[in-house]
Design a protein around this ligand. Structure first.
Ligand SMILES: [Ca+2]
Ligand SMILES: [Ca+2]
Length: 180
């Protein structure tokens, strides 16, 4: 009987020692309220604006970031507007996402943290100018962040600012100057 009791106690200790599931111990992992926005590196202008010759081969990388970081990948939905035509005046690189003439999606992977920071996760939306050989005038493209949610179902505000006040860094504008 004594041996049985010792074994029973040992079993109980084993069970409690291996119960390291944080949720069961009423410790909940939650994410801080966050937002997804364009990074405004080195400037104060909002919306971000870039001007590029339509013959330029330099990729315009527009950084989209989650300033608070994220516990899972964030899918960001964006739209295009303006008179620059997708495929004719520009193309885009959207890691993990899609692109059509109306816009698409791009994915901010978890743990894409720039050097010197601790919480940021980000992705670059690459804008490529297209040389068309046609006198078509300057063209304007506005990329607007529409919504964002991570793989855990958490939604993020788009743009920076309190609801009801000015929302910053929700859109970016690229001007393609005609060279023909
Ligand atoms: Ca053009
Ligand atoms: Ca042209």
């Amino acid at each position: 009987m004594k041996r049985f009791l010792i074994l029973w106690c040992a079993g109980l200790m084993f069970a409690s020692c291996t119960d390291l599931d944080l949720e069961d111990q009423t410790i909940k992992l939650i994410e801080l309220p966050g937002y997804v926005a364009f990074a405004n590196t080195g400037g104060t202008i909002t919306p971000i604006e870039r001007t590029v010759a339509e013959t330029s081969t330099a990729v315009q990388n527009l950084r989209i970031e989650v300033a608070t970081g994220t516990l899972s990948d964030v899918t960001v939905t964006y739209s295009f507007s303006g008179n620059a035509a997708f495929g004719t005046d520009f193309t885009v690189t959207t890691p993990g996402g899609t692109a059509t003439a109306a816009g698409g999606t791009i994915v901010i992977k978890r743990n894409q943290t720039p050097a010197g920071t601790t919480d940021f996760d980000f992705v670059n939306l690459g804008i490529h100018a297209v040389a068309d050989g046609v006198d078509d005038g300057d063209k304007s493209l506005t990329i607007t962040l529409e919504s964002a949610a991570n793989a855990d179902g958490k939604t993020f505000a788009v743009g920076r600012g309190a609801p009801g006040s000015t929302i910053y860094l929700k859109s970016a504008r690229v001007i393609f100057t005609d060279v023909d």
